[in-house]
Structures are given as C-alpha cells and as structure tokens.
Write a protein that binds this ligand. Sequence first.
Ligand code: ZN
Length: 281
Amino acid sequence: MRIVNLDGRLGIEVKDRFIDLATRSDGRFPSDPMAVFSVWEEVRSWAADQTVVAGDPKIELDRLGPPVPNPTQIFAIGLNYKDHAEEAGLPLPKSPMVFTKFPSCLAGPHAEVPLTSDRVDWEVEQVVVIGREAHAVPVAQAWDFVAGFCVGQDISDRRLQFSDKPPQFSLGKSATAFGPLGPALVSLDEFEAPDALVLRCWVAGEQMQASTTENLIFSVPELIEYISAYCVLRPGDLIFTGTPGGVGSVREPRRYLEAGETIDSEIEGIGRLSNLCVAKG
Ligand code: ZN
C-alpha cells in the first residue's frame, strides 16, 4: 500500500492515480492523513481490493504533501553509516546519536527549499514511520511497530549547525522545508527485504550519494529498541535513520547547495523526492 497526501487529503496511490480514502469508502475512513494509523489494518485490507476508476485523478507531483504531515515527534540519527562517520573524521558511535528535526520542517516531495545560508547541505535518508505506540520494545518485536517507510531529506545548514561548540544539530536541520518527505508512505509488507534498501541522492543531476540500508550501523529494530527505552513512540512518529557518505560539507573541495539546483533523493521501492533550492526571500 502506498499512502499519499494530496492537497492535505489522505489517499492511496494506485498506478499513478489518487484514490481519496474518505470519498471512495463513503466516509468509512478519515480524510486526515494523520488519522490513518488508527485504522491502519482496516485500510490495508480495504486498499488491496481497490482499483482505479475513471475520475480518479492522475497524481500531480506538485500537489503532494508529506505523507505524514504532522507527527508528534521526529527522531533523527547522526553518524549511522560507517562511510559517513569516516568522511566526517569522527569515531563510530557506541550508541545511536539521537537529535530531532522539529516537525514544522516537513515538506512535500516536490517542495521548494529556501536556502538559509551559503552552507546548506543534503542528506538522503530512509525514514521509518511508527505505526503504533511503542514503549520499551525489544529488537525482536520492533518491526511490529513499523507502519512503513518514506524517503527523507535531512537538509542541514552547516553554518548554523557548527556555529558554536557543542554543535546546534536540531535547529540547523529544521528550517522551513528542510525535511522533504515522501513521495508515499509505503507499507512494510511491500518490502521483501526491509533492511536492504538502495538509496541515492543527486544534486543538479550529479550523483552524490549511493548506498544501501544494509550499511546502517544501528539497524531499524535497534533504533526502535534504543529510543523506545526512553521515549514513548506514537503512531506517525518518524525516525530519520541517518545518511550515508557523500555529503557536501566534507567533500574536497566543499560543495554546498545553490539556488536553482535540484536535490533528487531516491529509495528503490519507495520513489523519488525532487526539491528545487531557491534563494531565501
Ligand atoms: Zn541526517
């Protein structure tokens, strides 16, 4: 099942068309994308029988919002790929390095990204969407709490992030539209190997990142166990699982985003984000 948010309404994507959940189900299901988690299993079995009919609109990419527009919490993980820790010149973490992206940074899969400084960087990431309340969940049960995955961009203003010591992770990664998410929330059952997804990122057409989530230092179940030992995870909460090597700030020479450049971020089996960088007005 591919959950999408079109003009703020909950729907499923079938063959590039939008099926509006509330309308097609005669009001059985809600129209609020955040309400899908309370009826997740019912929607999943219902969606399996849905086919496109005349009148289902073709999905216009510019009208897609983030599939999870208003989570109560967003967790993000720093240095969770070995090659990224090495390129940053930092030792591998002994436990997950957790920070937050404030939810107001979420943006649609084709949203424009206003650049807040001359040192804004890209980070393609697999994003885990929590499906039900999770507290003190052991690794062996962690997948039961996952609704599915999105592609995410953890866009980062390195000037703000490293403006002082210790660094300022959360604010530097939470400016308006610094969290493109989508294009769909793809349910976990769609993946044959949910722990081995290929992810890539291009800037202005040049490939900058390519890896697989097999390379995560802390796996999705390990992250859920670790975070849920301290925090209650709620339905719709997001975990940005970390970025592989190839970000701009540690390249030789350094490379940052410029207005007019597009960031393309893709995970096989989920889809692609395409975000144009613009000058901050
Ligand atoms: Zn990141």
